[in-house]
Write a protein that binds this ligand. Structure first.
Ligand code: ZN
Length: 454
């Protein structure tokens, strides 16, 4: 059989990454993610896999965001017994993320919602067959088939995987690519020795504001809300975005660029993940490691209050402003952010800072798009708070920098790019740019279709 890729997920959509690469008689899955946003997504997550999990030899995980890991225990439940690989950081974070997701599923199932996608023993079985791989260590997984992990610079432990499937022939799966330079992560590595790339395109049709612009807006929005005595509400992904925000707030407060106000980190998951970040800091970029070694507590500052317990979370509302609340989930689909949004969306002195991608169909997307009224847990809530979107906090490369990534690869033997993991117009726009500006063939593959690497 010729080497080939089938795109089972992450096509025409940012979420649900799931690609099957077949070569040298082996079946290799790259990522096994959850679809997020809207009712259609939960229906698709619940369906049986379109291939037999028992026939899969390997599963490689690029990084620990839910849209790349969310269905791993379900794959095991449906018969997968192969080997799982990721960086050590990704393995550790995944366990925490999936335990947390299971808690939410269990709660919802008990309250008449969808049934659980997997059980905790399924998750434990996945962890028990999970091996770790370090960056730049070439690993032979079959005769004539080897893999090497490179740093994607997206979140702690994020990797791209480069498979050599025939002498000198290689394919790269990017996972998500970092918005370098990041404050915490090393820069995304460039790659110039691959024939094919399967690459993300979340921001394929848009560019971010510069880091200087982002920092200025972040500071100014906080200062103007503090001046009004209002509340700054930041719906944030617990993984990476929260740690970046803590790092930036630490800098602003220590340099006195903003007043010292109470900052509530109101997410048990984010609190636990921040502990992992503190412990696994050797995966940070070099100058941040140096600061930490010199004694700088980069995620701690005066005024920061962690509220792991639900009671502490509820008492935040009785604290007078000004104050800052960081809570999940990042797209306002569940979690403590909902009770804060109920409380503060109607408050014209409050500001909601949106710092991440919002999937179509989510409450976060409605708020981002300027809805005047939203429904939260059955109640209609008027929106009078100031809504501010700061795209510079994105953990993803923007259109120009995705193009730059391909341009560097085009110095090598690059033949074709498969543009995936974006909304259709973002993916198509990026594919067109790659075709037009770099002269390398780029296509948006169809869902479920198999493409032979010639
Ligand atoms: Zn990601």
């Amino acid at each position: 059989m010729k080497p080939q890729i089938t795109f089972y997920g992450g096509v025409n959509s940012v979420t649900g990454a799931n690609f099957l690469f077949e070569a040298q008689g082996k079946k290799i899955l790259i990522d096994c993610g959850l679809e997020q946003g809207g009712e259609g997504a939960s229906l698709r997550n619940g369906k049986v896999f379109p291939y037999s999990p028992a026939t899969i030899d390997f599963l490689f995980i690029t990084h620990a965001h839910m849209d790349h890991i969310g269905l791993i225990p379900k794959l095991v439940k449906e018969g997968f017994t192969g080997r799982i690989f990721s960086t050590p950081e990704t393995k550790e974070i995944t366990r925490l993320m999936l335990e947390d997701a299971h808690r939410i599923m269990e709660y919802e199932a008990r309250n008449g919602g969808e049934s659980e996608l997997y059980s905790l023993p399924d998750l434990e079985r996945a962890i028990s067959i999970w091996e770790t791989i370090d960056y730049h260590k070439n690993m032979q997984i079959a005769p004539e088939l080897s893999v090497v992990a490179k740093d994607a610079g997206h979140i702690l432990g994020s990797a791209m995987y480069e498979f050599e499937y025939e002498k000198g022939e290689r394919v790269l799966f990017t996972g998500d690519l970092g918005n370098s330079p990041s404050v915490l992560m090393p820069d995304t590595e460039f790659v110039d020795d691959v024939d094919y790339i399967v690459m993300e395109s979340v921001y394929g049709d848009r560019n971010h504001e510069s880091k200087g612009e982002r920092d200025r807006r972040f500071r100014d929005e906080i200062n103007s809300t503090i001046k009004k005595g209002g509340t700054i509400l930041i719906p944030a992904f617990s993984l990476e975005r929260t740690q970046t925000l803590l790092y930036e707030l630490n800098e602003l407060i220590e340099s006195k660029a903003i007043d010292e106000v109470p900052v509530f980190l109101d997410s048990p998951l984010a609190i636990s993940l921040t502990k992992i970040y503190k412990r696994m800091f050797l995966a940070f970029k070099k100058d941040v490691q140096t600061d930490i070694n010199d004694g700088d507590e980069i995620f701690e500052f005066k005024g920061l209050k962690e509220t792991p317990r639900a009671d502490d979370s509820k008492s935040i509302a009785s604290q007078p402003g000004p104050k800052i609340i960081i809570a999940g989930s990042g797209m306002s689909t569940a979690g403590r952010i909902l009770h804060h949004e109920k409380r503060y969306l109607p408050d014209s002195n409050a500001t909601v800072l949106i710092t991440g991608y919002q999937s179509p169909g989510t409450l976060g997307r409605q708020i981002e798009e300027g809805a005047k009224e939203v429904e939260i847990e059955g109640s209609l809530i008027p929106v009078r708070a100031r809504i501010v979107k700061i795209e510079g906090f994105s953990g993803h490369r923007d259109s120009d920098h995705l193009l730059e990534f391909v341009e560097k690869a085009a110095d090598g033997p690059l033949k074709q790019v498969f543009v995936v993991m974006g909304e259709p117009k973002a993916s198509q726009f990026l594919a067109q740019r790659i075709n037009d500006y770099i002269g390398v063939k780029a296509i948006c593959p169809e869902a479920g279709k198999t493409y032979v690497l010639k």
